[in-house]
Design a binder for this molecule. Sequence first.
Ligand code: TRP
Length: 353
Amino acid sequence: MKQVILTGDRPTGRLHVGHYVGSLKERVELQNSGQYDEIYIMIADAQALTDNAEHPEKVRQNIVQVALDYLACGIDPNKSTILIQSMIPELTELTFYYMNLVTVSRVQRNPTVKAEIQMRNFEASIPVGFFCYPISQAADITAFHATAVPVGEDQMPMLEQCKEIVHKFNATYGETLTEPQIVLPQNQACLRLPGIDGKAKMSKSLGNCIYLSDEAEDVRKKIMSMFTDPNHLRVEDPGKVEGNPVFIYLDAFCRPEYFAGFLPEYSGLDELKAHYERGGLGDVKVKKFLNNVMQAELSPIRERRKYWEARLPEVYEILKEGSAKAKKTAEKTLAEVRHAMQIDYFADGRMEI
Ligand code: TRP
């Protein structure tokens, strides 16, 4: 079977380091593994509009920001197809047919939808479009016959819902759609990176993000202001490593070789953690090390971003070509779906009363 990746992001803001360790890094590794026949990375503007209908300019501006972040992280347009969701109207038609296979109560039970409804104060009046976005996301995935969907942990309920739609469709209309598998990062610390304030999630509205496009000095300032163990007041005090954002970031970003370069008096992360827990290791020293680690990880990304920022017409061309290529694939799947549903009236040659 063909191995196909489909994944994407809503263009509602620049991407941050939580996106990077939670999914982008994995995507680049999968892209470079050579194990996939096709890779599609979607900038989900139509999905972004489901809860930003009044702010089309925000979505428009962030299309290019997200594209730049992708290219900066190492998504290679020669290996991966970057596309804009709304440029592929076939996705909307698929969504419309899939809506018949999903109940209102099933969407209401989707934990991600539930949490988002609360967060956006939609309880009293949920926009229908927003409510249906898990169904539209199933269209995104199945339109490309995706076998693997590398995303953050928060997308698990979307994948479950997509699989149910695939099963229901195939059982009702015959084997047509491909069942996808979710691909999560192996490293626990990468699953959900906390904000620099220690809050469970990095989020633009909380103002606790380190962005991939932040300048080196801003990254340094953010790291030096990070929350740590609130009871670790003096250097001599024993400190806690679990739940301590600085150590969670080290778990997510540090590679063994950074010790030789930046902190040679420790053999590795375990020894550093043990010292912190014992007492006698100050937060500033750990933060300075984390800053060196993050700068080493982020500076090639920042450089590549600058390279592409200076070539915007090429970036737009990549998006245009990627969308055109993706549309061809989606057209083919839509024809298969219409055939399975017996609504390909003039293509099947059947004429009967
Ligand atoms: N829901 C994803 C997000 O919030 C974006 C997305 C849209 C997506 N369509 C997708 C992710 C299909 C994976 C597959 O960022």
